[in-house]
Design a protein around this ligand. Structure first.
Ligand code: SF4
Ligand code: SF4
Length: 380
């Protein structure tokens, strides 16, 4: 239930401020690592998801987790209907207080369980009449999974549309998960601002799963602790880019420190203002940003190109990326036109990303050349 700030007593206001101050230490960091994903280049290949899975979640208890996932938009996403499950903050007193909102706890089924397949039955069938079947761990037939509604999208023929939305933890400046944890087990790393969960402190209460409005935290039912994307911090420490960024087929992902004024993150977010956070209204100030997708042409009833409005409804893009999305798309369009008519554009040069290692500075080391490879996650 949203709080009516006018009805709060002075004491309640004081308590809210005290609570916020008590969490301040856990949010402190000297620098903030951030990511920009250009949705115009994502082809939904899921190589990023596989890179992340191979590195972090192929061990017992984590099998059903996808710390990186690529959802089709519009769609229900992962976990199912995550955008309707609540959490985040209600911003009060002109931004002085962020009151955590208790959201719904996503179930293991909402995420889509780790399927088992009847390989043995198929391979040993002499008649060859058995086909491969997926089953939930309890033997039931699956009716949801990560990417169950992949490529379905929205709109109607001939103006159907979809695009891909890769999602990781947003390593938010105001991380609702930090506020929600009664054990103070969640904190920002001082050196890079990655939000991590101390696996030794976590007691598995799962308040963080309710509080995170992006629903990117999973519960490890074997270890009885909460887990999520760690921004590949053991790789960052070795100046190696995150696995999802390095493996990305489409050169979609830029990675770097927010305060590096010469880097692509600062330029795309702060200078050109074409990279926007997802669902800004949740109040957590994400550090993952998206360059919104430009539309393919819309067709009229006679099948002719209709330039009066974009195929992807602007209202839908506004719903995802906020009120600045129109301005961001106008900027991209006008810079594109400039290049088409023979001009130069810093913005287009950054987005095209001809040199892959310019996308990740300072995380440009080749992991294959490291003496010590990053170890599997243990503590956070
Ligand atoms: S996206 Fe969710 S889990 Fe990640 S930092 Fe923000 S609130 Fe916490
Ligand atoms: S690897 Fe890159 S192009 Fe492929 S799905 Fe992930 S973000 Fe998109």
């Amino acid at each position: 239930m949203p709080v009516d700030e006018k009805k709060l007593t002075e004491r309640e206001k004081e308590l809210a401020l005290e609570f916020q101050a008590s969490k301040e230490k856990l949010r402190e960091s000297s620098r903030q690592v951030a990511m920009v994903m250009d949705l115009n280049k994502c082809i939904g290949c899921q190589l990023c998801s596989m890179a992340c899975k191979t590195l972090w979640t192929q061990v017992e208890g984590r099998e059903y987790m996808w710390w990186n996932k690529v959802n089709t938009q519009p769609g229900k996403g992962s976990p199912k209907d995550w955008e309707r499950k609540g959490g985040g903050y209600q911003v009060l007193f002109g931004g002085k207080v962020r009151d955590p909102v208790r959201g719904e706890l996503p179930t293991r089924k909402d995420f889509g369980d780790m399927w088992k397949f009847n390989f043995e039955e198929v391979f040993s069938s002499k008649a060859g009449d058995k086909h491969l079947q997926a089953r939930n761990p309890d033997g039931t037939e699956p009716d949801w999974a990560m990417n169950w509604d992949e490529d379905q999208g929205g709109g109607k023929y001939p103006n159907a549309f979809y695009f891909y939305l890769p999602r990781i933890c947003n390593h938010c400046t105001y991380a609702a998960c930090i506020d929600a944890c009664p054990r103070n087990a969640i904190y920002k790393r001082e050196e890079d601002g990655a939000v991590v969960i101390d696996q030794e402190r976590c007691k598995g209460y799962r308040f963080c799963l309710e509080a995170c409005p992006y629903k990117v935290i999973y519960f490890n039912f074997v270890q009885q602790t909460s887990m999520k994307c760690i921004f590949c911090y053991p790789r960052l420490e070795e100046e190696v880019a995150t696995a999802c960024a390095r493996q990305c087929t489409g050169r979609v992902r830029f990675l770097g420190f927010m305060d590096d004024e010469k880097g692509p993150i600062h330029k795309l977010v702060k200078v050109w203002k074409v990279a926007l956070p997802l669902h800004l209204e949740y109040g957590t100030e994400p550090n993952v940003f998206y360059v919104p997708p430009l539309s393919p042409p819309r067709l009229d009833e006679d099948g002719k190109i209709d330039t009066s409005k974009p195929r992807i409804p602007m209202a839908y893009l506004r719903y995802l990326f906020g009120p600045e999305v129109e301005k961001a798309m106008d900027t991209m369009q006008s810079e594109m036109n400039k290049v088409r008519s023979g001009g130069k554009s810093e913005l287009m040069d950054i987005l095209i990303a001809r040199e892959w290692n310019g996308m990740f500075k300072p995380f440009t080391k080749d992991p294959a050349l490291l003496e010590r490879l990053p170890e599997k996650q243990t503590k956070a």
